[in-house]
Design a protein around this ligand. Structure first.
Ligand code: PLZ
Length: 454
């Protein structure tokens, strides 16, 4: 595939078709059942119930076909029902579904680890371990860093998101909805300021010097086991640090014997126009956490890093009943094959050019768009009150709502809840993406007009 072509995917017609209001009557019946069966603590962005999905389209129980610009939060990079993933999963599921790798082994686990060692940044000797979720990969990165260094303190950043388990809640910055009422949190976690060029106005070198001075003063390099950082922050608002920030933090870690962990759970596997986002600045992390796009929708996560760190843990120290489940590994191998065969790294780069052009043009017409930013097919716009940088979460929510009503699945994010983020499947057909962006354009128009009238 060249950068501009879409992918031949499943039989599902790649078109948006809205035939009822959204959610439609059958979805509403299911919402009623959900309300009395499912905990109110579990939210749903767009409560339509899906029966089928293919490529860049989700089909719901009412027969609506929705354009998916969220990819299940950066998971379906290879598209829904990617043929290689489906084939490999079907083949594996009919053979055996589980042994527990800690009890008896199977080749798929080793093959996924070999692929991770090959694909992650750096040519040094590496080892990997597999898990079920991103949060679990992050927890294990911290375990490895502590075991290898004999130190305890961990530094995370403002606007960071690393998961919903107890330790990863401590690492995550935002209180509502992730942490509110769930404390106390794990100890020995410290927070440093993140480079956020739109809001701090600092160069990468200045922002790094500021962060390092705080780490030195408040944590102490000799106490610090690891610094964990998303090379582009996901849930925090698609914050792209100023150039030079990542290399400076990584260098400080190297100079001080601190493990540099890149959380590439949202950015990894071709999403940003590189296999891993650290590559854009030539940064080679000591440990990389991986999940989401690694397995075309099946639960699989990985931790890959320097052999001497990964092997510093005592035998039996890492694991889990389902970690690296054979069906998930088969899906992972199918997803990796798809990314490589279809050239999805290049395709993400092509989508960047196309999406940025559209969004930047919108920003010239809508003063509520404060900034357009991102890399590859991970692009966002931050909404503000006209003429200021005051976050406009209400406008952002109205835009998302209008897009949903018109049959386009769009996600929001950001510490201030004022960012629309685009994470389309990397295989999405170009006309479908343009149509999705047309809907977004109209949605911003109606939300901006309503906000101006307030
Ligand atoms: N690290 C960088 O983006 C997951 C969160 C959705 P899990 N992001 C989506 C939600 O509201 O729960 C994420 C991430 C980064 C870690 C994680 C955690 O990955 O697979 O959700 O545990």
């Amino acid at each position: 595939m060249t950068g501009t072509q879409a992918v031949p995917t499943t039989g599902l017609t790649q078109e948006r078709r809205v035939v009822t209001e959204i959610p439609g009557p059958r979805s509403r019946e299911l919402i009623a059942r959900r309300t009395v069966a499912v905990s109110a603590g579990v939210g749903t962005v767009l409560p339509v119930f899906i029966t089928e999905a293919g490529g860049g389209i989700l089909r719901d129980v009412d027969g609506n076909s929705l354009i998916d610009l969220g990819a299940g939060i950066a998971v379906l990079s290879v598209g829904h029902a990617a043929p290689r993933v489906v084939e490999r999963v079907q083949e594996q599921v009919a053979k055996f579904t589980h042994t527990c790798f800690m009890v008896t082994a199977y080749e798929g686990y080793v093959a996924v680890c070999e692929a991770l060692n090959r694909l992650t940044p750096g040519t040094h000797e590496k080892r990997s371990a597999l898990f079920n979720s991103g949060a679990e990969a992050v927890e294990n990165a911290i375990k490895v860093a502590r075991a290898a260094t004999g130190r305890t303190s961990i530094v995370a950043f403002d606007h960071a998101y690393h998961g919903r388990t107890n330790l990863t809640m401590a690492l995550t910055a935002k209180s509502m909805p992730y942490k509110h009422s769930f404390g106390p949190f794990a100890g020995e976690v410290y927070r440093a300021p993140m480079s956020y060029p739109y809001r701090d106005g600092l160069s990468g070198a200045e922002a790094a010097a500021h962060a390092i001075s705080i780490i030195d003063a408040q944590v102490g390099a000799s106490e610090t086991a690891a610094v964990i950082l998303e090379p582009i922050q996901g849930e925090g608002g698609f914050v792209v640090p100023a150039e030079g920030f990542l290399p400076a933090i990584s260098q400080w870690c190297t100079d001080n014997g601190v493990v540099f962990i890149a959380d590439e759970i949202q950015t990894g596997f071709a999403r940003t126009g590189a296999m891993f986002a650290c590559e854009h600045e030539g940064v080679v992390p000591d440990l990389v956490t991986i999940a989401k796009a690694i397995a075309g929708g099946l639960p699989l996560a990985g931790l890959t890093g320097r052999a001497e760190l990964m092997d510093a843990v005592h035998s039996g120290g890492l694991g889990g009943t389902y970690s690296g489940n054979p069906v998930a590994c088969a899906a992972g191998l199918g997803a990796i094959e798809t990314i490589e065969e279809l050239g999805l790294v290049a395709r993400a780069g092509h989508l960047e050019t196309m999406i940025l052009e559209r969004l930047r043009e919108m920003a010239t017409r809508y003063p509520v768009i404060g900034e357009v930013r991102g890399r590859g097919a991970m692009i966002a716009m931050e909404f503000v009150r006209q003429g200021t940088k005051e976050p406009a979460a209400d406008v952002c929510a109205a835009v998302a709502k209008a897009a949903h009503a018109a049959g386009v699945v769009i996600l929001t994010c950001g510490t201030y809840g004022n960012v629309i983020r685009l994470l389309p499947p990397l295989v999405i057909a170009e006309d479908l993406l343009h149509e999705g962006l047309d809907v977004l354009d109209e949605a911003i128009g109606s939300a901006a007009t309503a906000a101006a009238g307030d």
